[in-house]
Design a protein around this ligand. Structure first.
Ligand SMILES: NC(=O)c1ccc[n+]([C@@H]2O[C@H](COP(=O)([O-])OP(=O)(O)OC[C@H]3O[C@@H](n4cnc5c(N)ncnc54)[C@H](OP(=O)(O)O)[C@@H]3O)[C@@H](O)[C@H]2O)c1
Length: 262
């Protein structure tokens, strides 16, 4: 059997299972949500902008079972309220994809504190909160198999060449430590609970992220200069991780456009 066939067969065991995708209203999260709906999973997609989530729901039409929930992962009370809703509606989740994240043009020597705070609250605190609640609900739901997938970045592995990205890079290095920390805590504290923990670390992906990070003009220039990854490439990496056999834990997938140097 080819590895592609093995992954496709592996995805069959996730049909009907419940996955939370944070930041499903745009970019990579939206592509992941659509891809997993096509695999027959029940998807809960969250984000801050309810109108963007409603657009996703309208766009997919009858494709699958999508529940949208407005939630800002940087706000403790909103995360707790979302999980209370999920518990009431589904009683469990099987998969949690921590994708919501953002970057701001803010260096260490001259960045604004509010930009640093926003990145830390979203990219670090948001993942911590969602993961704590997700693993607790997975355990309470007595699921057969769980999977946490964190959308990291090449910036979780190396310093970006531009100082304006140093604090964003710090949040993604933190995410690498968090991903490994989740794995160790689950193994040591709940040894009988089967939950794989993975991350995906892309380079430049053509989504609205770069526009929010460096402004529209620079983002347009950047995407004219090189062919970036597409959000759908990341969705395929998620399927590769999920669809691998239950004993195989793909710890990280690093993806870089063939044209990206740094
Ligand atoms: N694009 C890239 O080049 C690239 C490269 C490496 C890694 N990444 C990572 O990939 C992930 C997704 O990025 P993307 O490229 O898809 O960016 P994007 O197109 O800007 O989408 C980000 C998503 O996250 C959501 N979001 C942001 N802050 C949130 C919050 N506080 N609470 C809930 N949802 C929130 C946004 O929805 P709302 O605005 O509706 O909240 C949106 O759905 C991020 O973690 C990013 O760091 C991106």
């Amino acid at each position: 059997m080819s590895s592609g066939d093995q992954v496709a067969q592996g995805m069959q065991r996730w049909a009907g299972k419940v996955a939370l995708v944070t930041g499903a209203s745009d970019g990579i999260g939206r592509a992941i949500a659509i891809r997993l709906l096509k695999c027959g999973m029940k998807i809960i997609g969250c984000g801050r902008r309810i109108e963007a989530l409603e657009k996703l729901k309208a766009d997919i039409g009858g494709l699958g079972d999508l529940t949208i929930m407005q939630c800002d992962v940087s706000k403790e009370e909103q995360v707790l309220a979302m999980f209370a809703n999920i518990k009431e509606k589904f009683g469990k989740i099987d998969v949690c994809i921590n994708n919501a994240g953002l970057g701001r043009d803010a260096s260490i020597l001259s960045g604004k504190s509010e930009d640093w705070q926003l990145m830390l609250d979203t990219n670090v605190m948001g993942v911590l909160r969602v993961t704590r609640e997700a693993t607790s609900l997975m355990k309470a739901g007595s699921i057969a198999e769980g999977h946490i997938i964190n959308i990291n970045s090449l910036s979780g592995h190396r310093l970006v060449p531009n100082p304006s990205g140093h604090v964003y890079t710090a949040t993604k290095f933190a995410l690498t430590a968090i991903t490994n920390g989740i794995r160790v805590e689950l193994l040591t504290q709940w040894p009988d609970f089967k939950c794989r923990v993975s991350q995906i670390s892309p380079g430049l992906v053509e989504t609205p992220f770069i526009k929010h990070h460096v402004g529209e003009e620079k983002a347009t220039q950047l995407f004219q200069q090189l062919k970036a990854l597409e959000a759908e490439d990341l969705a395929e990496a998620v399927v590769y991780q999920l669809g691998s056999p239950p004993h195989v834990q793909i710890q990280d997938v690093l993806l870089r456009s063939i044209e990206q140097t740094a």
